[in-house]
Design a protein around this ligand. Structure first.
Ligand SMILES: NC(=O)c1ccc[n+]([C@@H]2O[C@H](COP(=O)([O-])OP(=O)(O)OC[C@H]3O[C@@H](n4cnc5c(N)ncnc54)[C@H](OP(=O)(O)O)[C@@H]3O)[C@@H](O)[C@H]2O)c1
Length: 338
């Protein structure tokens, strides 16, 4: 297995990371354990969660996913797992204000309490990678970085990363760390898939030049690239559920991922997958992890069987003509997710 380092850290991770955000809503604890066990048995050593999970987020459920992951963690040697979680602030999130703390920002006060909550729910004494779930546009980044730095120095957290940030926000945070001698963000966890290549516009250059790793999430665009919604727009899955939701934000999320342009793009993509003889799920994940700035692609599942096609991408290297064919889809329909 080609394990890779995250940024300039000592964290050596499998090219696929198992995401957990469906645990506690779309799948129950026994199913979550089956998914985690199956990924672990296949060589996955990297697992991603967040204090606000599961999704769709509900104040009364926040934290349940970390508790499930914590109970599963007890079944494995702790040092065999690289565990990532995230601290959320409500300031620029896309849902309801998280969460049980009743706090509103990625400020010093929140970060220090949030980490204690995550450590307790995960039932561990350290977190390998602690990520800022969203940039906070109100609290000065100097304050957040100082708080993160303290967590690293205390040993509660080994390394830190960011998520859902721009090139400007990431570069500014890196500069603050450099000049203040704080721990720096070693990774950026952003949405990146064949339907959303925006990372390539500016962040890819930053990632390469600063040696910060991308941890792409939603490599299947939440399931759209499996092609199931092309076959049946009402197919059982996250976005058919979101479309029926009374929550406007969830309906908006569904149409960002599943709309005429993403479905048309997926249709072209399915043809290429068929031509090269690969399951569209396998091809989409293999595509996402093949960039030099990617350390590990974060996959998701609601059923253990779904992992067969995802994990088949773990050691798959794509030939240049397959990559060129995937690029052609993008050239025909630019930025289908908007
Ligand atoms: N930092 C952030 O803001 C952020 C945001 C999103 C995700 N993440 C992380 O990234 C992880 C993965 O995100 P994601 O779930 O959006 O990834 P994804 O790989 O794009 O979508 C995974 C979903 O696709 C469907 N699927 C998977 N395999 C399939 C198959 N073989 N056939 C048909 N459908 C299949 C399943 O949903 P259904 O069964 O419901 O269709 C599954 O939950 C999350 O768990 C989380 O750890 C982070």
């Amino acid at each position: 297995m080609n394990y890779r380092y995250i940024g300039k850290t000592g964290l050596r991770v499998s090219p696929i990371c198992m995401g957990t955000m469906t645990f506690g809503t779309q799948c129950d604890e026994p199913t979550a354990f089956e998914i985690l066990d199956k990924a672990y048995a296949a060589g996955v050593n990297f697992f991603d969660t967040a204090e606000l999970y599961p999704v769709p987020p509900q104040t009364k459920l926040a934290g349940i996913t970390e508790e499930i992951v914590g109970r599963w963690l007890k079944t494995k040697p702790r040092e065999s797992v690289i565990l990532a979680t995230k601290v959320a602030g409500a300031a620029s999130g896309w849902f309801v204000p998280p969460i049980r703390h009743g706090l509103t920002a990625i400020d010093r006060f929140h970060i220090e309490r949030a980490v204690e909550g995550s450590l307790k729910r995960l039932d561990t004494d350290y977190i390998d990678l602690y990520q800022m779930h969203w940039p906070d546009t109100v609290v000065p980044i100097e304050e957040s970085m100082e708080a993160f730095d303290r967590l690293v120095r205390s040993g509660k957290v080994r390394y830190i990363g960011t998520s859902n940030d721009t090139a400007y926000g990431t570069a500014k945070a890196l500069m603050v760390s450099r000049y203040e001698k704080f721990a720096r963000f070693e990774s950026i966890q952003n949405n990146f898939s064949l339907l959303n290549r925006r990372f390539l516009d500016e962040l890819a250059e930053l990632a390469r030049r600063e040696q910060v790793s991308l941890l792409p999430y939603s490599p299947l665009a939440g399931g759209v690239l499996s092609g199931k919604y092309n076959q049946d727009p009402g197919a059982k899955g996250r976005f058919s559920d979101y479309l029926k939701s009374p929550n406007r934000r969830q309906r908006l999320m569904a149409t960002r991922f599943m709309n005429d342009r993403t479905l048309a793009s997926t249709q072209l993509y399915l043809k290429i997958a068929a031509e090269v003889g690969l399951d569209p799920v396998t091809l989409a994940i293999a595509w996402s992890k093949q960039f030099d700035f990617v350390a590990s692609t974060i996959i998701g599942a609601t059923r253990p069987e779904q992992l067969d096609a995802s994990l088949a991408a773990m050691e798959l290297e794509l030939a240049d003509d397959v990559l060129a064919a995937c690029d052609e889809v993008h050239h025909q329909i630019l930025y289908p997710m908007g």
